[in-house]
Design a binder for this molecule. Structure first.
Ligand code: TMP
Length: 264
């Protein structure tokens, strides 16, 4: 029996709080905690395109753990506590702000399409965009005016989110540059973490090749979910290569399903 597969993990015994396209949230062991479970589902275009990619959840769990742990270590607040197993991590329960925050360093994807800028063009400076999280509406782009008028976040919270986004972008850009990868853009989510009467904005959700554009510095090869969105193939190979370069998979471990070494 393959215990690595989703259906054999003991998750059915826990209370399911929320199921998204690529992850499930379960009740955590203590109040104020949740378990974030990474599935193998790959979706694009608001789930109009959907496939199961064996091993993707395991890789994203590891890559996101690595990024969030490093951010915690340099004092960037996140929801991440620790990884529990191949597919799950323990996180703090936060009140998710219903915005997808996209940071762009290089033109690609919807920015290139919307503004007619050739993909790969370096932007004059990093650009932050907000999208309202709504599957029904296909995550429309919104401005700070919409965000404050509709009460999704306050002006102070928007300032905090933007400061956080810049810190995460600087950290990630350097991290990836060091392993020969260009961080073209990425999406992040934030949440309100309550500690007594105090509230602060923290990084939430995941950061993985599902939510970033990562291009090999030398070849410009895509090492992210665009391989799936654009039918390029080789998604697991690309995600494994990202993990290998970050030092998460050892040299001879080409796939995450390869053996028990990944379980700690
Ligand atoms: P975009 O160019 O399609 O707007 O995407 C910008 C970045 O955000 C890219 O790194 C992919 C990521 N992204 C998500 O993580 N989830 C989404 O639903 C979308 C549309 C983009």
């Amino acid at each position: 029996m393959d215990f690595n597969r989703t259906r054999y993990t003991p998750m059915n015994r826990r209370r399911r709080i929320y199921e998204g396209k690529a992850k499930v949230l379960f009740e955590g062991p203590e109040p104020g905690t949740l378990i974030q479970h990474f599935k193998d589902d790959a979706t694009a275009f608001n789930a109009k395109k959907h496939e199961i990619v064996d091993g993707k959840g395991v890789l994203n769990n590891r890559i996101s753990e690595f990024i969030f742990q490093n951010l915690n270590d340099i004092g960037v607040p996140t929801h991440f506590i620790r990884r529990l197993n191949m597919r799950e991590q323990l996180i703090r329960e936060v009140e998710i702000i219903p915005l997808e925050v996209v940071v762009r360093n290089v033109a690609a994807g919807s920015l290139s399409k919307r503004l007619g800028i050739e993909e790969g063009t370096q932007l004059p400076r990093s650009i932050i965009e907000f999208y309202y999280k709504s599957d029904k509406l296909d995550d429309p782009m919104v401005s700070e005016e919409h965000i404050t008028a509709f009460g999704w976040a306050t002006p102070q919270e928007i300032d905090d989110i933007m400061a956080l986004a810049i810190r995460v972008n600087d950290f990630l850009s350097g991290l990836f540059l060091g392993v020969g990868i260009r961080l073209v853009d990425f999406k992040m989510e934030t949440g309100r973490l309550w500690e007594g009467d105090m509230m602060r904005i923290v990084l939430a959700d995941e950061i993985s090749p599902d939510s970033c554009r990562l291009w090999d510095i030398k070849s410009n090869d895509k090492m992210d979910k665009d391989r799936f969105r654009r039918d390029l193939g080789g998604l697991i190979e690309a995600y494994s290569e990202v993990a290998r370069r970050l030092g998460i998979l050892s040299e001879n471990e080409s796939t995450p399903m390869g053996g028990p070494r990944l379980v700690q």
